[in-house]
Design a protein around this ligand. Structure first.
Ligand SMILES: Nc1ncnc2c1ncn2[C@@H]1O[C@H](COP(=O)(O)OP(=O)(O)OP(=O)(O)O)[C@@H](O)[C@H]1O
Length: 509
């Protein structure tokens, strides 16, 4: 059974070294997390699985790694300077700041209803209520106060300001000069680096439509209220595809990617039954979107929240960043661009005339993926002897440690020499991390490896090396064999050392 609440996951992550609070020894920095020894492995494995499936296993995809800090013109013409904001309100009493929609959503139902009544909106259309609050700031401030909206910090009804937009981009100065214009932005999504490199990729690879560009990388959002562990952070990582196609074929490609992405999640251990597909209603669509499916995973404690968005962005992005916009017959309504020096077109596959392609964008968060994968893998079992074990039933390709090699006696050279040789041999298979594990007694080692999801533990004992141990005579039939313990079934099998590589490989690949 998957994790029942977020606390179980948070506690395991910290205890076993998956995730730590960022800048912790100075009191921590809200919305920033550090991935520890096991977290970095799990994260790398998720990213590798995504790259394998979306780049290597397709013939219509290229990869990219664009820079994080971008020219401010990129974020001006992408629309982020003007619109990448969330509505915020301040409590004049506590000086605390909240994201408006989060604040209202966390109130008791009667209070929410009172806000809706004061704004003359039905409560069952929450996005419309938030829009009304944003559009009528003076009425909104009065409504929040009269409805008795409480500040979670003080527990008391707040003295709420008018909502106003808060731009979530991180701005930074560039170079040694401090003049007004020498600043750029940390990208709030990886996508813009793909659009700005569209021409470079087309020219250097001779790609024709349809094809896609994939990128994995950090993005930064100054979230007003980062929360829920790594679910909403200020420094995040995204796995994004911009898939360029001929206008008119976009709806079919949108359906294609929805299907592809759901089956990818399934292969990572996140079943379809736990993902709701939200066909975002037109009034809630982002300004660039023709249609968007949000994949809403059922997170423990949080309920259904977005793990991935799959948007049909029409020709908005390339249309916004291209020069000569008026000649190109754009479908999307874009702001005028007199700064770009590139024409972002590609020959139409049938007419050969220049066309601005439509874009389908599957965009998934690595941090939210890791949380979902861990949540699904998390299992509490009661064993036959009545004891409880926690086991992370990760798909083997995602497991941070593939095999732990355990010498039964860590101060018997005959045993440790063989164990080290086995570790080196297994490591050379290139399946991922193999750990030489001599940190404690075998029972504790097994428990630890259950909790971090290691699929196999290989134990080298006295019989392996033909020694009698603990008052026993060595069994000659066991010479040059090791015990392999299976994480999920707990079955223990004796395997010849000479056959071990093939045995492990066949079960991990
Ligand atoms: N603050 C964040 N922390 C962690 N992951 C994020 C964050 N913001 C976005 N993501 C991830 O990036 C993906 C694509 O970003 P997108 O802009 O579509 O998110 P969003 O609609 O702004 O998300 P939300 O509505 O939850 O703020 C999301 O599906 C999510 O997995």
């Amino acid at each position: 059974m998957p994790a029942q609440n977020m606390e179980e996951l948070v506690s395991l992550c910290k205890r076993r070294g998956f995730i730590f609070q960022g800048s912790e020894i100075y009191g921590g920095l809200q919305g920033f997390y550090d991935y520890g020894p096991l977290g970095v492995e799990l994260k790398n494995n998720i990213k590798a699985a995504w790259w394998r499936s979306n780049v290597y296993e397709r013939d219509d995809m290229e990869g990219l790694d664009a820079s994080i800090i971008m020219h401010r013109m990129v974020l001006k013409h992408s629309g982020h300077e003007a619109t990448f904001s969330d509505p915020m309100v301040d409590n004049r009493k506590t000086k605390k700041r909240y994201r408006l929609d989060h604040l209202v959503k966390e109130q008791k139902p009667a209070v929410q209803q009172a806000v809706a009544d004061a704004m003359e909106q039905p409560l069952d259309n929450f996005p419309a209520l938030v829009q009304a609050l944003v559009k009528k700031p003076a009425q909104a401030s009065a409504a929040l106060i009269s409805a008795g909206v409480r500040d979670a910090f003080s527990g008391e009804v707040g003295d709420w300001t008018e909502p106003k937009p808060f731009n979530m981009m991180f701005k930074t100065t560039i170079g040694p000069t401090a003049d007004e214009d020498s600043y750029g932005y940390l990208r709030p999504e990886t996508a813009q680096g793909i659009f700005t490199n569209f021409k470079n990729v087309v020219d250097s690879t001779s790609r024709r439509l349809p094809f896609g560009i994939a990128q994995i990388g950090k993005a930064f959002r100054n979230e007003i209220t980062p929360r829920n562990f790594i679910f909403r952070v200020r420094e995040l990582e995204q796995m994004e595809i911009e898939f360029f196609c001929t206008p008119g074929t976009d709806e079919d490609w949108h359906a294609h990617w929805l299907e592809k992405r759901l089956s990818w999640w399934e292969a990572q251990g996140v079943p379809r039954s736990k993902i709701e597909i939200l066909d975002v209603p037109p009034e809630d669509l982002a300004h660039y979107s023709k249609r968007t499916y949000d994949l809403m995973y059922d997170y423990p404690t949080l309920g259904h929240e977005e793990i991935e968005g799959i948007a049909n962005r029409s020709d908005y992005d390339l249309g916004s960043h291209t020069k000569s916009q008026s000649e190109l017959g754009l479908v999307a309504s874009v702001e005028e661009n007199n700064d770009s020096i590139a024409k972002l077109t590609i020959p139409h596959p049938e007419t050969n005339k220049p066309v601005v392609p439509f874009v389908i964008e599957p965009s998934a968060g690595v941090d939210r993926a890791l949380l979902a994968v861990m949540s699904e893998a998390f299992t509490k079992e009661t064993l036959e002897n009545g004891s409880e074990r926690i086991v992370l039933k990760l798909k083997p390709h995602l497991a941070p440690i593939k095999v732990a090699v355990i010498p039964l006696a860590r101060n018997r050279e005959e045993i440790t020499t063989v164990a080290r040789a086995i570790k080196a041999d297994l490591q050379s298979l290139g399946l991922g991390r193999v750990l030489y594990e001599d940190s404690g007694n075998i029972g504790k080692a097994y428990r630890r490896h259950d909790e971090v999801g290691t699929p196999f533990c290989v134990t080298v004992d006295f019989d392996t090396v033909g020694l009698g141990g603990e008052g026993k005579v060595s069994d000659p039939a066991l010479l040059n064999t090791v015990t392999v313990r299976d994480r999920d079934t707990l079955a223990q099998e004796r395997v010849q050392i000479g056959e071990l590589n093939a045995w492990i490989r066949s079960r991990l690949v």
